[in-house]
Design a protein around this ligand. Structure first.
Ligand code: ADP
Ligand code: ADP
Length: 226
C-alpha cells in the first residue's frame, strides 16, 4: 500500500540547513497496523507529514498505492489526502461551534456527497465509535475521550483505506486512551491499514509491527531497503 524509498527531508531556515530525515525506507502492506516510535525531535512528525501526503521529501521516492507521489503538487497531494487518508491528531481538531454530527459530516460535504449518503455515513461512523447518542452535543460538552472518538468518526466517514494517527492518546487519561486504541485495533481487524505515530511504547504495543526512528534514521524493525 505504501512504499518509502531512501527518503530525506532537509529544512532550510536562512543559511542553516537541517536534515530531519537522513534516508529512510519503509514498506507497509495493505491491512497492516504499524507503529512508528521515536522520542521528541527524532523526525517522527516529518516522516508522518510525508506519509500523510502533507509534505514531500527532499530526495527519495514515496509510492502511495503504486503511484509515485513524491513529486506531487500541493493540489495533487490534497486529492490523495481527501480520498485516501483519515487523520487523527493528538489535539482533536474539532470545530467548537458545531455539534458532533456536523463535525463528522463536514468532510463529506467537501467530498460532494448528497445529504442522504452523508447522513448514512455520519450516523454509521458515530455508531462505530459508540457515540450515536451524542450526535447533537458540541465538543465542549464531551469528554476528551469522546472528542477523540468524534475525531475518529470524522476520519472514518469518508471510508479511507489508510488511517494515520499521530499521538492519538497524547491528551487522554489512560482509560480513554485504551478505548481509542481498541477502536483503532478494531478498524484494523476490519481491513484498514493503520499507521500510528507515538513516543509511548505501551501505546505502540497495540500495533502488530513497530519501527523505531532516531535522529532521522530508522534504527530497528520492519525496514525494507532498496
Ligand atoms: P518529532 O516529531 O519526532 O519530534 P520532528 O520531525 O518534528 O520530530 O523534527 C525533527 C527535527 O527537525 C527536529 O530537530 C526539529 O527541530 C527539526 N524541524 C522540524 N520541522 C522543522 C522546520 N519546519 N524547520 C526547521 N527544522 C525543523
Ligand atoms: P440538513 O440535511 O439540512 O443538515 P438534517 O435534518 O439532516 O438537515 O440535520 C440538521 C441537524 O440535525 C444536523 O446538522 C445535525 O446536527 C442534526 N441531526 C440530523 N440528523 C441527526 C441524527 N439522526 N441524529 C442526531 N443528530 C442529527
Amino acid at each position: 500500500m505504501l512504499e518509502v524509498k531512501n527518503v530525506t527531508k532537509v529544512y532550510n531556515s536562512g543559511v542553516v540547513q537541517f536534515e530531519a530525515l537522513k534516508g529512510v525506507s519503509l514498506t507497509v502492506a495493505k491491512g497492516e497496523f504499524v507503529a512508528i516510535i521515536g522520542p521528541s525531535g527524532s523526525g517522527k512528525s516529518t516522516f508522518m507529514n510525508i506519509l500523510g501526503c502533507l509534505d514531500t521529501p527532499t530526495t527519495g521516492k514515496y509510492y502511495f498505492e503504486d503511484t509515485e507521489v513524491s513529486n506531487f503538487t500541493e493540489e495533487q497531494l490534497a486529492l490523495i489526502r481527501n480520498k485516501k487518508i483519515g487523520f487523527i491528531f493528538q489535539k482533536f481538531n474539532l470545530l467548537p461551534r458545531i455539534n458532533a454530527y456536523e463535525n463528522v459530516e463536514l468532510p463529506l460535504v467537501y467530498m460532494g456527497l448528497n445529504s442522504k449518503e452523508r447522513r448514512e455515513r455520519t450516523l454509521s461512523s458515530l455508531e462505530r465509535v459508540g457515540l450515536r447518542e451524542w450526535a447533537r452535543h458540541k465538543p465542549a460538552e464531551l469528554s476528551g475521550g469522546q472528542q477523540q472518538r468524534v475525531a475518529i468518526a470524522r476520519a472514518l466517514a469518508g471510508d479511507p483505506p489508510l488511517i494515520l494517527a499521530d499521538e492519538p492518546t497524547g491528551n487522554l487519561d489512560s482509560k480513554s486512551g485504551e478505548e481509542v486504541m481498541e477502536i483503532l485495533k478494531n478498524l484494523n481487524d476490519n481491513g484498514r491499514t493503520v499507521l500510528l505515530i507515538t513516543h509511548d511504547l505501551e501505546v505502540a504495543a497495540n500495533a502488530k509491527r513497530s519501527i523505531s526512528i532516531q535522529d532521522g534514521l530508522i534504527i530497528e524493525g520492519g525496514v525494507t531497503s532498496g
